[in-house]
Design a protein around this ligand. Structure first.
Ligand code: NAD
Length: 370
């Protein structure tokens, strides 16, 4: 049953975070108004700003607000002024603590090569044209969390453990298959089953889960081959399902294909509260100048509409509005690709997308009124 009101905790964070989240909130308000959903936005401090104000990158009030909300919308954290701080006071520590507290085990990272931006990709246009990949990365297991881990007492050895329980694989595989059902119905499970026992186990469990989704095609690819296919034939992929470390690397590789860090959204789902954030950082080099690209943050808001609000149609409208604005030729500085064209600022880009969202709804209402 769809909820009529959603409580969103907004964490603008540092650098360009406040500039881009402002535009994401604008898009949510507009889409919500038309889709019959109202949002209650509550802003809280995180990261460097929270360190300055409260002496900690994740104040208790921020964490409590996040845990009591329907979703968290984050900008970005960090900046050189906090790099020398002790670990407990680093902005990134606050973000890691928040992710752990929210408990999301599935990180969703879509990477789409929009035709209007094909010139921004480091790959040839004919290779990337039409690429639309969703990386579903397991986030709470594998090599990053497996025990034992550490260094030998005589400092001659060190080790980490890639370890997965069946239930951890089952739940992430189910997320991938369900998402594939809303897309082109293909899951590529990525592992290293020719070498690693944990990958052979991963493969077995994924095959078992696949039986519940006979309408979704499953294939298995080794991680090294996947890295190669992503740059030689990215259109072969729909949903990539993979464990934590492989997903970390492959999702960055997929993102690089699109050639535009500022465009890419992400969602972390499956825990107590879902979190949505653009994949870029706080970009201190361009902060406060109204030149950051807000589209990754706005696309993260679209993911919120899809995965938390249960409004896939509203989500698609926001994504289509982003496409429409780019197709009209509007670009922030990062998307200009060295061409001499007039660039627009963060706020203007946000306003254009908001207008395009309302245009789409108005056209739809006019069509139904005829
Ligand atoms: P970054 O993503 O902030 O910036 C990399 C480059 O991309 C910069 O040149 C920046 O100007 C540009 N860029 C990034 N986002 C952009 C946007 N929306 N529009 C236009 N250009 C954009 O990565 P970095 O420079 O390695 O890190 C800067 C700070 O951000 C560091 O303190 C780092 O720890 C932090 N960081 C935070 C997150 C997060 O909050 N999730 C993620 C990555 C990095």
């Amino acid at each position: 049953m769809m909820k009529k009101q959603l409580k969103i905790t907004v964490l603008p964070g540092d650098g360009i975070g406040p500039e881009v989240t402002r535009e994401a909130v604008r898009a949510l308000r507009i889409a919500g108004e038309y889709a019959g959903l109202s949002f209650e936005f509550q802003e809280h401090a995180i990261g460097g700003r929270a360190v300055e104000q409260f002496g900690t990158p994740l104040p208790r009030a921020t964490l409590d607000a996040c845990l009591a909300s329907d979703a968290v919308l984050l900008g970005a954290v960090g900046g050189p002024q906090w790099d020398a701080r002790p670990r407990a006071q680093k902005p990134e520590t606050g973000l890691l603590q928040l992710r752990a507290a929210l408990g999301g085990f599935a990180n969703l990272r879509p990477a789409v090569c929009l035709p209007a931006l094909a010139e921004c990709s480091p790959l040839r246009k004919e290779i990337v044209a039409g690429a639309d990949v969703m990386v579903v990365r397991e986030l709470l297991g594998g090599l990053y969390f497996g025990e034992p881990r550490g260094f030998s007492s005589d400092s001659t050895e060190s080790w980490n453990t890639m370890r997965y329980r069946a239930d951890e694989i089952e739940r992430i595989a189910a997320v991938a298959f369900q998402i594939a059902r809303t897309r082109r119905r293909k899951v590529t499970s990525v592992d290293k089953a020719n070498v690693l026992e944990v990958s052979q186990f991963w493969r077995q469990i994924v095959q078992r889960v696949a039986r519940d989704y006979p309408d979704v095609k499953l294939d298995h690819v080794y991680v090294d081959a996947c890295a190669m296919h992503l740059v030689t034939n990215p259109t072969r992929f729909d949903v990539i399902l993979t464990e934590n470390l492989f997903g970390d690397v492959l999702s960055d590789e997929a993102a690089a294909l699109t050639g535009s860090l500022g465009m890419l959204p992400s969602a972390t789902v499956g825990g107590q509260v879902n979190m949505y954030e653009p994949i870029h950082g706080s970009a201190p080099d361009i902060a406060g100048r109204d030149i950051a690209n807000p589209l990754g943050a706005i696309a993260s808001a679209a993911m919120l509409l899809r995965h938390t609000a249960g409004l896939p149609d509203a989500a698609a409208k926001v994504e289509n509005a982003i496409r429409a604005v780019l197709e009209e030729g509007h670009r922030t500085a990062d998307l200009a690709a060295g061409r001499s064209r007039r660039c627009i600022g963060t706020r203007e880009m946000g306003e254009l997308v908001a207008n395009a969202i309302s245009d789409t709804y108005e056209r739809q209402f006019a069509y139904h009124a005829v």
